[in-house]
Every structure is written in C-alpha cells, then in structure tokens.
Design a binder for this molecule. Structure first.
Ligand code: UDP
Ligand code: MG
Length: 321
C-alpha cells in the first residue's frame, strides 16, 4: 500500500501510569540504546489512564520522534492490560517489555538480542541477581509468592523475574492470541514453551516516583496468577474433607467411649471448637469456589481487553488500524 511504512525490527513496549517524572530519562536512555543496535525500531508508550502529565509528555515525544507510538487508554486498566495493549500493537521482530521507572536497564537490549540469535531462543528474560531499594516486605512476599506459585502450577515460571523480557515475533503472536482478561503475563510467556533463557542483571531502585503496586494490587496480582494457572485451591475441599473425615472418625470413637462410660454432659468447649472449625472451613471453600466462578463469569462476557482513546503514530493521530 502506498504510504505504508515497513515494520520495524525492534519494538519496545512501555506501560506508564503516572510516570511524568521518569519519562524524559526513559526516553533518553532507551533512544540511545536503540540507536546503538542500528536496527529500525519503534517505542510503544502506553498511557494507562495517568492523572498527571504523562500523556502530554508522550504526545510531544511522538511529535518529535516518528519512532514513538503513543497510545492513550480510556482509563486505568492496570499494568498487565496496559502491557497487553502495547504488545498487541507492536510490529517488530523482537519485542522488549520494559517498565517506565528504569528499574530494569534498557542497556541490556543489545545483549538480549545477541543471546536470542546465538541460542536461537524465543524468549530472553531478565532474572534479578539483586534488587535495590525495595522494602523488606516486598522482597519477602515476592520470594514466598514465586516459590508457592511454582509448587502449585505445572507451568515453568522462572524465579525472580518480572515482565522485563525480549520475545520473538512468534512467541508474541501466541501471547496476543490468548484472550484471558485476568492476565499474568510472565506466567503466560512461561506457558508457551519454546527455548527460554535468562540474562542476569541487578534490579535498581525506581528512577522517580513511588511503586504503583500497593498491597491491595499485589494481592490481586497474586490471585490472578494462582487462579490463572492452577486449580489446586479447588481441590482444597477434597483434601480438607478427607482430613475432617478422619478426625470425625476418631472423635466418634472417643464420644461413643465417653457415652458408654457415662461421661456425657461435658463438652461445650470441644463442641464450640468443632462448629467454628467446620464453619470457617466451609466459608473458605465457598470463597475459593466463588473466586473461580467470578472469574468464569467475567471471562464469559468477552469484553474487549482495553479501550484506546487516542493514539499517535509517525507523529500523527492514528486510529492504529
Ligand atoms: N503501571 C501501569 N498501570 C498501573 C500500574 C503500573 O501501567 O495501573 C506501570 C508503571 O507505570 C510501571 C510498570 O507498570 O511502568 C510497573 O509498575 P511499578 O514500577 O509501580 O511496579 P513495581 O516495580 O513496584 O513492582
Ligand atoms: Mg517498578
């Protein structure tokens, strides 16, 4: 088609939520690296309903540099969905996922491309050798969470990794074809298989601003990961039912024994404990079932993953068709 530009070789996707303070530095560092690769490239910046001037910054970058694609989502959809929006629009042969806060160094890109070619891998993921400037609580919960997830699922999700990774076109195509709304992208990438290799790096402190993952969001993220990749929690009913059954048999023998020897009036404490134990277990199990059912309900609506309010490509407003 006339006027149609050729697809770039490298795409970098950056989801941004209230990142006005990091954007200029991100652009500067990323542009420098992309230029050293000597490959055609695009930088896909996704504004995830920021309340600061992130979008204005993106617009002016896109006007100045035709390799910047700026996408404005209609509201805050959350990190994983914003990332999915960017991935859907990426057209490169190599696609890098990067956070806006520069915790993961863009300077690793040439090495990642090199590794991918040399090892004919489809995914090169950044694995953290160390993490600076993160709270003890975050480190502890992250360590626990990834180990738990590994035990509960049969998907190979590498430990100590974020979404910082380079993907081949064919790996990306599969991710883009996965329709689920509750997305845990690092797990989805692990799930697709192929040859996936790590590259070790030191994770830095945020360049500016505060984390956009407060405890509540971390919890939601953890639930998305577990329910998205495992049905082990649903088996809770079976296992706890079996255990309760065994305990019940033992208790019955004890109760019958007491009855036969004439001690029957006592037992308020044990009775109360049994009632509390069984009822909380039942609530827990229906809660777990409700969690899966709710997700099933939301998925069954088949709504679009994200809504784009406006976009700029090649310095001009675009409907991204
Ligand atoms: N982010 C987003 N939407 C959100 C929350 C976060 O696009 O609702 C972006 C954020 O701007 C950053 C990336 O996701 O580029 C990772 O977020 P953050 O650095 O706050 O997470 P952390 O590194 O603390 O886990
Ligand atoms: Mg961060």
């Amino acid at each position: 088609m006339p006027g149609q530009k050729k697809n770039p070789v490298v795409s970098v996707v950056v989801p941004c939520f209230n990142e006005e303070a990091s954007l200029p530095e991100l652009y500067r560092r990323l542009k420098k690296v992309l230029q050293t690769t000597r490959k055609s490239h695009e930088m896909i910046l996704v504004n995830d309903g920021s309340r600061d001037s992130t979008w204005q910054h993106m617009e002016s970058l896109a006007r100045r540099d035709s390799s910047v694609v700026a996408i404005d989502l209609s509201r805050n959809f959350g990190h994983q969905i914003a990332l999915s929006a960017g991935l859907k629009l990426a057209r490169g042969q190599y696609v890098l996922i990067l956070d806006a806060d520069l915790q993961d160094p863009p300077e690793l890109l040439p090495e990642m491309i090199e590794l991918m070619k040399r090892e004919s891998a489809d995914v090169v993921y950044g694995q953290r050798r160390s993490r600076e400037g993160e709270s003890k609580f975050k480190l502890l919960t992250a360590t626990f969470f990834y180990r738990l997830l590994r035990r509960m699922t049969d998907v190979d999700i590498p430990l100590d990794t974020g979404d910082f990774r380079l993907m081949s076109r064919r790996a990306l195509r599969i991710i883009n074809d996965m329709p689920e709304h509750h997305r845990f992208i690092r797990g989805m990438v692990g799930w697709i298989g192929f040859h996936q290799i790590p590259v070790l790096y030191d994770r830095k402190e945020r360049f500016a601003g505060a984390t956009k993952y407060p405890f509540k969001r971390m919890l939601k993220f953890a639930l998305d990961a577990i329910t998205g990749f495992s049905t082990v929690p649903l088996r809770l009913a079976v296992y706890s039912g079996l255990i309760a059954g065994l305990v019940a048999v033992a208790l019955m023998i004890y109760v019958l024994g007491s009855w036969m020897s004439g001690h029957v009036v006592q037992g308020w404490t044990s009775l109360t404990m049994i009632v509390l134990w069984i009822s909380s277990l039942q609530l827990l199990i229906s809660g777990v079932m409700g969690e899966y059912l709710g997700r099933l309900y939301l998925e069954s609506k088949r709504r679009p993953l994200f809504i784009i309010k406006g976009a700029l490509r090649h310095g001009k407003h675009s409907d991204l068709q």
